[in-house]
Write a protein that binds this ligand. Structure first.
Ligand code: SF4
Ligand code: SF4
Length: 344
């Protein structure tokens, strides 16, 4: 069984379209969408969800109002501004102190801004009226407030950061995921997606695991490429495409993972394509081939199909993608340096 991940230095280079076409050509395959921050493989493969599991990662603080004595220690300690003092009735944020109506400000204000002072006083609430809550989007789960609370009024449950799913597609099972907005640890979620995909592939004796990786060179990318047989890097013939490709190849070289480069829309700048391919060869990558610019890609996306399903077989972009797939297979068949497993 071979595991291939398709990545790119930046988003929008066409890696998902290429991966979906690989899925159509591969045969006995298990698919993994490792681009958990912006998953879109499902748009082309119309999956039917068979299994859905919560992804829990990290913790978040939650104040138990019945136990809270409203001392404000949590608000004073939180370095992330996640603790809010709010009006009891409607939850409107209010100043962190209560006005005691001593009128010191009224007496000492040099410009006698009485209206402004009154407006400020109006936003204040009494100690009895105020309560403390934690903004879950701002809480970093550091746990400082939990230790600081004299009343043990802060619960610290695991945070649900997203979910992972196993679905059926017309080409085989697909493992994919969804991260909550602002959810963290996408690298860990990628590892989870890959683990489940590997189990499925073993169970079904699949020939291929094909993964749609995230763009860039961050933690989710490292989690996607570690231990795979081949990384296919999709790039475009532009200055930024060449620059981003350099960073990706530096990453794959650092971890000793074989890489093959595919230039998408190569015909929009043939000269840049030549330069990119030369640089990729110098960097130790093999060349997976070129795919021309073709409106069929957009037509396929609109129809929710893969490019090879829509394109004319044996000609044009359909032939380009088939040639890239054959080159990828041939690259895997040639002897290579073993990939290094990297744990995220
Ligand atoms: S867990 Fe940390 S970040 Fe979250 S509210 Fe408490 S102190 Fe603030
Ligand atoms: S430290 Fe504890 S008791 Fe004090 S306001 Fe915060 S949650 Fe309430």
């Amino acid at each position: 069984m071979n595991e291939i991940v398709v990545i790119s230095g930046k988003g929008g280079t066409g890696k998902t379209s290429l991966l979906a076409s690989f899925a159509a050509l591969a045969g006995n395959v298990v698919l993994a969408d490792c681009d958990v921050d912006a998953a879109d493989l499902h748009l082309l493969l119309a999956p039917t969800v068979k299994r859905r599991e919560e992804f829990r990662c990290g913790r978040e603080a939650v104040i138990v109002q019945e136990v809270c004595i409203r001392c404000g220690a949590c608000l004073a300690r939180c370095r992330f501004g996640a603790v809010l003092r709010v009006r009891g009735g409607d939850g409107t944020p209010v100043p962190t102190v209560s006005c005691k109506d001593c009128d010191f400000c009224v007496r000492s204000c040099p410009v006698k801004a009485i209206d402004f002072i009154q407006a400020m006083k109006d936003t204040c609430v009494s100690v009895d009226e105020a309560m403390f809550v934690i903004d879950p989007t701002a809480c970093e789960g550091c746990g400082v407030c939990v230790h600081a609370c004299p009343a043990q009024a802060i619960a610290f449950p695991e945070r649900v950061s997203g979910e992972w799913l196993v679905s059926d597609t017309r080409y085989g099972p697909m493992v994919h995921a969804r991260l909550e907005p602002g959810g963290e640890n996408s690298g860990k979620l990628v590892s989870q997606v890959r683990t489940v995909a590997r189990e499925l592939a073993k169970e079904r004796q699949a020939d291929w695991i094909l993964a749609d990786g995230p763009p860039g060179v961050g933690c989710p990318v490292i989690a996607s490429v570690s231990g795979v047989n081949l990384v296919v890097v999709v790039t475009e013939p532009t200055v930024s495409g060449a620059h981003d490709l350099g960073r990706v190849l530096e990453l794959t070289r650092h971890f000793g993972i074989p890489a093959a480069v595919c230039v998408n829309k190569w015909d929009i700048n043939p000269e840049m394509t030549e330069r990119i391919e030369a640089a990729a060869t110098v960097a130790g990558a093999s060349l997976a081939g070129r795919v021309r610019y073709d409106r069929t890609v957009t037509a396929a996306q609109v129809e929710g199909k893969t490019v090879v399903e829509v394109a004319t077989a044996g000609a044009g972009i359909g032939a380009d993608i088939r040639a890239v797939w054959e080159r990828v297979r041939a690259t895997l068949a040639t002897p290579r340096v073993e990939a290094v497993e990297v744990r995220s």
